[in-house]
Design a binder for this molecule. Sequence first.
Ligand code: FO1
Length: 313
Amino acid sequence: MTILTLAGGVGGAKLALGLDRALTAGEQTVVVNTGDDFEHLGLHIAPDIDTVVYTLAGLANREQGWGRQGESWAFMAALGALGGEAWFNLGDGDLAMHVTRTERLRGGEALSSITADIAARLGIASRILPMSDQPVRTVIETPEGDLAFQHWFVRDRCGPTVRAVRFAGIEAAAPLPAFLDALRASGLKALVIAPSNPFVSIAPILGLAGIDTAIRVLRRPRLAVSPIVGGAAIKGPAAKMLAELGHDVSALGVARCYAGLVDTFVVDGADAGLKPEIEALGMRCAVLDTVMRNDADKERLARAILALAENGA
Ligand code: FO1
């Protein structure tokens, strides 16, 4: 029996860790957004894959949410002193990840194969799959022009107004075959959409050919967890994007993005009052404590989600 989790960065990695702890080894497959990937300083950076890998390996920097704990920054200091591009922070240990991945990609190995090997070396029990082996690049359309996602997110600190989001290359990118296999597997117990940004973390996964339709017709419990609690994002620009893209800045606004895709939408206790409006969208609304402050919270939320799935969500 497997749980298929769709995830972006920090919020997705937290729930994936909870599920990893709550399930037996190998029962979770995590499909990770690669729209945030970019080429920087000659390296292939895959931030969401790395956040999930570091989190499940127990190596993540918990304060930042991204990167490695106990990191040193000699490379960045030297780079800055040489006048190099220093707006995107690559720790010394993290740099090893990007260097080895880039070298292997240049040698012709697929991102999925490299990711599986690295996850195995780091002792990760869950299966981590990039959503595709072909490049998809998230582009933020702003009044100042189009910005590559990391330029908008990190360099410009999410400042420019978001007019639209598009995913360059998505038409030519195929969903990873193992992703499609996991969706069709007879042993699939439930699909879980993690509390990730619906516009830049989950939308690229759903935008791959055939995925949205496959989920709409999936006869398994399908659940999504709101990344918005009490009208604010737990982390990141989800609330800003909801507002600027014309949505309600609330868990209801997110639920509307998933209408027809999920059977159950999970909101935090702070949003229990939204239940009637969410259920009017044709999905159940489950109220749980969704804020994951520590590992015990992550596992507790994961177990509550598994219990919902067990009861047909
Ligand atoms: N996020 C930041 O806010 N600032 C950074 O300098 C930064 C560097 C970085 C390096 C490697 C990596 O894997 C992730 C990194 N992130 C950084 C996080 C990343 O930009 C975002 O969290 C995700 O793309 C959004 O999910």
